[in-house]
Design a protein around this ligand. Structure first.
Ligand SMILES: *[C@@H]1O[C@H](CO)[C@@H](O)[C@H](O)[C@H]1NC(C)=O
Ligand SMILES: *[C@@H]1O[C@H](CO)[C@@H](O)[C@H](O)[C@H]1NC(C)=O
Ligand SMILES: *[C@@H]1O[C@H](CO)[C@@H](O)[C@H](O)[C@H]1NC(C)=O
Ligand SMILES: *[C@@H]1O[C@H](CO)[C@@H](O)[C@H](O)[C@H]1NC(C)=O
Ligand SMILES: *[C@H]1O[C@H](CO)[C@@H](O)[C@H](O)[C@H]1NC(C)=O
Length: 953
């Protein structure tokens, strides 16, 4: 209410009165009067106006007039009258102000009322908006459900699931004895009984207990270590079976001869072999393991000149059995049938990573090193065709050696270490050097000098390690050669095989050796130095890293050798591996207990936009590529990111279809935006789009005795689109309080009872996780729905990476060297913490079963660093940095113990973790990135009738 004097009171009249009066009264009074008038006039105005208001609408104007007329006589009044008048005026003033107060109160009341109505309107508008969003969402949901229904109706190829393993029921039938030597032409198609190995058999492997069925000459000793270890490790192999009736292949450990005497060994071996209960006349589907073990890992009391495995099968009729060993002559080796393995040199037990040096620096003291001595056996002096060839080869070798020796004296900054004769002085400081005759009957073999540790010392100082293949051309592999390669890989010296074109390396049909070693024909020895100098650091490190991968995965121990042999035969047959095991997820509640529910969810903040449809639960399809994935991605599985020993339900590397496929016959499961026509925000929110079929994600939340924090976090997930399930890992030994009220958020909340309180539980491959996408969040993390949705969409396009919100980096310690963990603001990051990040379920298997145990132990020791370990793992596998996603606000967690993450010991531990993990991996796998994902139309000017992808991000 504006109090305006202009309307009813005439200002002209007022001024006239004053003028008239002035002429009669002295100046001194004038001032008083003026002030009085100045006070009174407005008061009167108030008064009359209030009268006007209260007595409206009629009669009041007249009354106002009469009052005003009284002022006409004002001039004629005496001072005493004036006083009276003033008193009256004051009285009037009093009543006026009283009325004013009332009015003011009323005004305020009305204002309040207006405000409350406005608020109500706003609320209603909000509600309307919410209902519209909800309606919108329901509409989308209905549409999506219809699409899903149509899909289900149209699908004419039902999911295949073979009901039963097809297994043979009898041991191999005994066939009539084959003529001697008929096995020499064996290949898989003519000597292998495929009928025992159905695609769905699961590839059972029977192992003859070497104590019950020893295949060794009575004069030989089988080495206890290999026998015991093999028995143990086979127990860990999932294909291992004790039932010969149903098995596909039969493993036979053939005596590792430590000592060979006499001449009848071949007959003895043959008799023992043919006497095996399931030999079946020709040894079909038998795999004869002859695992070499070099003397250096045998105890000091053992015979100094013990041999590794020689060709124990010389003169033995092995029939149709596959032969697995390190030594093969060209005549005996049946490519694609027999298997070359590295010698067994690993120490029993212990993590293999501890045996490897750091991959860096790229260049070491010596560019190239070689230590060995050419062994010339009497056999090569025989006068026949082979020896003529061998002589020629010996000439070549002499030339090679001469040339190499010349290289040392050339004017070059590169350093070489060549010893072509073993001598006590050079090999080991302790002077215990001795010649290890690994292949006494193989002429032209380059024998190893010194002990394993003295050789390792040299290899660790060498960038490249020269491997001279035997002079003999009729061998495809020798134990000494394989030992050299094994030791070079282990010690990070890249093997350079001079004459590499004439030999075969272990598991060559699956392992791509060209990524781990260099091959040169002997004739190129003159170009060797030039060639090595051209290798840039990046390639050098790739070669070295790949070498270590091959060594760790396929060579390092008895276990890896046996697993690889089994996997290789299985791979040949096209049978898929057995599935990786999920972790059982027992509920924290017993079967009879029904947890209490909260009455109704009051969403903390209304979603202001429709983010996606509400869908019925849709677990990701599993095991769709059992029989094809080894065909299309087998190379990567064996040589890159894969694990050839296990079958995983899905992989982050699964292939994508060409874009047109989804519109031309392969559209099942796809949800193209605008049904393929595309579109901005509105259409975008209706479908997932992208290159992958529809899917949902699982939230995994680790919690420890913070029930209310957890319950609040769960409540905030109400109405989150594409959420399949929430898996809460209950790390506390105490079960949740019985009267704890759990929010009903529209999707199942599965509370898993953890077997112990460990941060590693966050990454267990629980069977309750039925989607590929896993969103790992801290129990106190506060993520908005649009942030989660956007993160999910980004992850769908970066399925092999960690995609999330809080970024951190590893910084170089300028003062002390080594790595520091850093959480400061930075324009570069290398880790995304798993307190709020998406990753593929595949990585939970790798984290739990594949990562060296030392890392999980360190996580348990510090109760810290599990997120760093996960980033290491993923960057190691992919060689890519994680992806940071824009959040609307900086990631925050209100209930977070700020003190904890800023706590000094917490940081100190994280520094230590980073350095320790680097040691385990042998290099720093983390990579830097300056990339952050925003939604496409973020900060883009778009027409008003179009919506952005997200309102705020
Ligand atoms: C693929 O392998 C998995 C795990 O062994 C099995 O559950 C699934 O039924 C198999 N699928 C087909 C089509 O054979
Ligand atoms: C394997 O088959 C044989 C012959 O039918 C039978 O005697 C034997 O009990 C079977 N063994 C097993 C483990 O089933
Ligand atoms: C299940 O748990 C509830 C509460 O913890 C307990 O009262 C009840 O006896 C349990 N029932 C069984 C069968 O263990
Ligand atoms: C983070 O930045 C502050 C201020 O620049 C600095 O004092 C502190 O040392 C930094 N912390 C780390 C871990 O680098
Ligand atoms: C070697 O074989 C011959 C003929 O079979 C036999 O007479 C001789 O005793 C054998 N020598 C040894 C050490 O077994």
């Amino acid at each position: 209410m504006v109090f305006d004097s202009g309307g009813l009171y005439q200002p002209m009249g007022g001024r006239e009165i004053v003028c008239h009066w002035l002429s009669h009264i002295k100046l001194s009074r004038i001032i008083i009067l003026v002030s009085i008038v100045l006070v009174i006039v407005p008061l009167i105005t108030h008064y009359y106006l209030s009268k006007v208001e209260s007595n409206a609408p009629s009669g009041d104007i007249h009354r106002t007039r009469s009052k005003l007329e009284a002022f006409e006589d004002f001039s004629t009044l005496k001072a005493s009258d004036l006083k009276l008048r003033i008193e009256e005026m004051l009285r009037i003033k009093g009543s006026v102000s009283a009325e004013l107060r009332v009015l003011e109160a009323r005004r305020q009341r009305l204002q309040l009322e207006v405000a409350s109505f406005t608020q109500r309107i706003d609320e209603l508008k909000q509600e309307l908006l919410h209902h519209q969003t909800e309606l919108e969402r329901l509409k989308i949901s209905v549409e999506q459900a219809q699409v899903a229904q149509r899909e289900a109706v149209q699908r004419n190829t039902p999911d295949l699931a073979l009901p039963k393993r097809l297994l043979p029921s009898l041991p191999p039938a005994t066939l009539a004895a084959q003529p001697r030597g008929s096995g020499s032409a064996c290949r898989m198609h003519n000597c292998f009984d495929h009928s025992r190995c159905s695609l769905v058999s699961g590839f059972p492997v029977y192992f003859y207990n070497p104590d019950q069925h020893p295949v060794i000459s009575p004069e030989w000793e089988i080495e206890g270590f290999v026998k015991t270890t093999l028995k143990q490790t086979l127990g860990y192999n999932p294909h291992f079976s004790t039932d010969p009736n149903t098995s596909c292949i039969f493993l036979v450990l053939v005596g590792e001869a430590l000592l060979l005497r006499g001449n009848s060994s071949s007959t003895v071996v043959e008799t023992l072999l043919h006497g095996l209960p399931y030999w079946g006349g020709d040894g079909r589907n038998h795999v004869l393991l002859n695992l070499a073990r070099s003397s250096s890992s045998v105890g000091p009391d053992s015979r100094a000149t013990s041999t590794g495995a020689r060709d124990v099968f010389r003169g033995v009729d092995t029939g149709r059995a596959l032969v697995v060993q390190s030594f093969f002559s060209r005549a005996r080796y049946r490519r694609g049938f027999d298997i070359i393995v590295p010698p067994i040199l690993g120490q029993p037990g212990g993590d293999v990573w501890q045996e490897c040096p750091h991959l860096l620096p790229a260049r070491r003291k010596f560019l190239l090193s070689f230590q060995g001595e050419l062994h010339r056996s009497k056999e090569t002096d025989r006068e026949d065709d082979a020896s003529v060839t061998d002589r020629h080869q010996q000439d070549i070798d002499s030339f090679v050696v001469e040339h190499l020796q010349g290289m040392v004296f050339r004017r070059t900054s590169d350093r070489f270490l060549f010893h072509f004769e073993c001598s006590a002085g050079m090999t080991s400081p302790a002077g215990t050097a001795r010649l290890v005759k690994l292949q006494p009957d193989a002429g032209g073999e380059w024998e190893l000098c010194g002990t394993e540790s003295s050789r390792a010392a040299v290899l660790r100082e060498s960038t490249f390690s020269l491997v001279l293949v035997p002079t003999q051309v009729d061998v495809v592999s020798t134990t000494a050669l394989q030992t050299r390669i094994y030791e070079a890989l282990k010690n990070g010296a890249i093997p350079v095989l001079l004459g590499g074109d004439q030999v075969e390396l272990p598991y060559a049909e699956v392992v791509d050796w060209r990524r781990a070693a260099l091959f040169l024909p002997k004739a190129r020895v003159t170009e060797l130095h030039f060639f090595l100098r051209t290798v840039p650091d990046a390639d050098l490190l790739v070669l070295r890293r790949q070498g270590r991968l091959v060594w760790e995965r396929y060579c390092a121990s008895v276990q890896s050798t046996v697993d690889t042999v089994v996997a290789l035969v299985r791979d040949r047959l096209g049978i898929p591996p057995l599935p990786a095991e999920d972790e059982p997820s027992p509920s924290v509640f017993n079967a009879s207990f029904v947890p209490l529910k909260t009455d109704a969810i009051v969403p903390e903040a209304e979603p202001e936009e429709s983010l996606g449809p509400m869908e019925p639960p849709y677990p990701s399809p599993k095991f769709k590529r059992n029989y094809t994935f080894f065909l299309t991605q087998g190379h990567e599985v064996w040589n890159d990111w894969g694990d050839p020993f296990r079958l995983y339900p899905q992989l982050p590397f699964d292939l994508v279809l060409p874009s047109d496929a989804k519109f031309m016959g392969s559209g099942v499961g796809f949800r193209p935006i605008g049904r393929g026509a595309g579109g901005a925000g509105k259409e975008f929110c209706e479908s997932l789009g992208g290159n992958n079929p529809r899917e949902q994600f699982t939230i995994v939340m680790l919690t420890y005795e913070r029930e209310q924090v957890l319950i609040n976090s769960l409540g905030r997930l109400y109405g989150l689109p594409y959420l399949h399930k929430v898996v809460v890992v209950w790390n506390s030994p105490k079960p949740p309080l019985e009267d704890l009220r759990w929010p009903d958020i529209g999707v199942p909340v599965h509370v898993v009872k953890a077997s112990r309180n460990s941060l590693n539980n966050r990454f267990l491959p629980y069977d309750a996780i039925e989607t590929e996408a896993v969103l790992s969040v801290d129990d106190d993390a506060h993520l908005r729905h649009d942030e989660i949705m956007f993160g999910f969409r980004v992850w769908r396009e970066q399925r092999d990476r960690v995609v999330g919100f809080p970024g951190r980096f590893h910084a170089w310690d300028l003062n002390h060297g080594g790595w520091l963990y850093n959480s400061n603001y930075s324009c570069e990051l290398s880790m995304v913490l798993t307190g709020a990040a998406f990753f593929h379920k595949y990585y939970t298997y790798l984290y739990s079963y594949w990562l060296p145990q030392a890392i999980r132990d360190k996580v348990d020791e510090y109760m810290n660093c599990e997120d760093i370990a996960m980033n290491f793992l993923v960057s190691h596998i992919t060689r890519k940095p994680p992806v940071k996603v824009t959040s609307r606000w900086t990631f925050r967690c209100p209930g977070c113990p700020v003190s904890l993450s800023e706590d000094d010991t917490h940081f100190q531990e994280r520094h230590k973790c980073i350095n320790f993990f680097t040691e385990v991996f042998g290099y720093m796998p983390l990579l830097n990135t300056q990339f952050r994902a925003d939604s496409i139309l973020f900060k883009t000017r778009i027409p008003h009738d179009k919506q952005k992808c997200f309102k705020f991000i």
